[in-house]
Design a protein around this ligand. Structure first.
Ligand code: UDP
Length: 333
């Protein structure tokens, strides 16, 4: 099949491209390289550098390539930044989705696998969180993804575009070969920051809040291995291929770990001292997010085999320790 991967130079998108190519698919990547890295693009993928909000550019790619399905990873995804720059999130994410769907309608492409997020549940009243939990985002990032889901839903009704929306919990880890991994600039995510501290590239990690209503006072998240996450995308593609209807799945490990527990596990995996400092709560952070991903397991046959926190941290550590400067030379953000 011929698959267009938007954001295929980014952390999660690049892992999708590698697995699609492993499976023998023909892959076309679009990325504006604002946060992605050219070196993360698989050498066998066809690469176009450009922005999905640029209609002329996007339409030209749909015209040149015969695309059968779209994987959409091209979005801004930082909770903290979204609180400071909400309009950036609505423009890139929501408007980007609108232009993409217009191009898909024009080119008669009917299938999309969409990267959604647990952030659209906000502060849930009940955990674990199932797909029918009320959506109530506590930050513009989650709100923008919720709006994107709604736009696809209406596009389905009028234009027959079939979708699977995958609501990610905390994605981490790296491909087992450590060829690709996580490299954000600036880095804001917990596991890379812990591991950069283990490498001595940071003096300490700041724990954002220790007064949450959780057993050790630090936030609890559900960590899912990026390779397991991509398995679910491939299963979702097969599901649409077989005529599956539009649907939404939570992707997580069904277990929660606190920030302190993650730091402790990283100390064991790396054998390094990882100094910490207490900090203020980060605005927009819910205290506890734990998935119920029973629906994906049952309906897609998803079987995440790498999503223990030890395996996630081990694979991330292999990447960070073999590429201490990530994809680029010089300082990390
Ligand atoms: N976190 C932290 N210190 C950091 C980065 C993150 O304490 O330097 C916490 C953050 O408050 C959240 C958890 O780690 O509770 C996971 O944050 P991350 O940014 O990795 O993912 P998010 O949950 O925002 O998607």
């Amino acid at each position: 099949m011929s698959i267009l991967v938007l954001g295929g130079a980014g952390y999660i998108g690049s892992h999708a491209v590698y697995q699609l190519i492993d499976r023998g698919e023909h892959v076309i990547v679009i990325d504006n390289l604002e946060t992605g890295h050219q070196k993360a693009v698989h050498p066998e993928a066809i690469f176009y550098q450009g922005d999905i909000r640029d209609k002329t550019f996007l339409y030209s790619v749909f015209e040149k390539e015969s695309i059968e399905a779209v994987f959409h990873f091209a979005a801004n995804s930082l909770v903290g930044e979204s609180m400071e720059k909400p309009l950036k999130y609505f423009h890139n994410n929501v408007y980007g989705m609108q232009v993409l769907l217009e191009a898909m309608v024009e080119a008669d492409v009917k299938r999309i696998i969409f990267s959604s997020t647990a952030a659209l549940y906000g502060e849930p009243a009940v955990v674990p969180i199932s797909e029918d939990t009320i959506t109530n985002p506590t930050n513009p990032y989650g709100e923008s993804k919720l709006m994107m889901e709604k736009i696809i839903k209406w596009a389905e009704k009028s234009y027959g575009i079939h979708y699977v929306s995958l609501r990610y919990f905390n994605v981490a880890g790296a491909r087992g070969t450590a060829e690709i991994g996580e490299d954000h600039r600036p880095e804001t995510h917990l596991i890379p920051i812990i591991l950069q501290t283990a490498l001595g590239k940071r003096s300490h990690i700041v724990v954002f809040g220790d007064d949450y209503d959780t057993p050790d006072g630090t936030c609890i998240r559900d960590y899912v291995h990026v390779e397991d996450l991509i398995d679910a995308h491939l299963l979702a593609l097969d599901y649409l291929e077989k005529g599956g209807t539009n649907t939404v799945y939570n992707l997580g490990s069904n277990e929660g770990f606190s920030v302190n527990e993650m730091i402790e596990t990283a100390r064991k995996v790396t054998g390094k001292d990882i100094p910490t400092q207490k900090g203020e709560r980060r605005q927009g952070d819910p205290s506890t997010l734990i998935a119920s991903s029973e629906k994906a397991r049952k309906e897609l046959g998803w079987n995440p085999t790498r999503s223990t926190v030890q395996q996630i941290i081990q694979d991330a550590w292999n990447w960070h320790s073999s590429k201490p400067n990530g994809y680029e030379k010089g300082e990390l953000g």
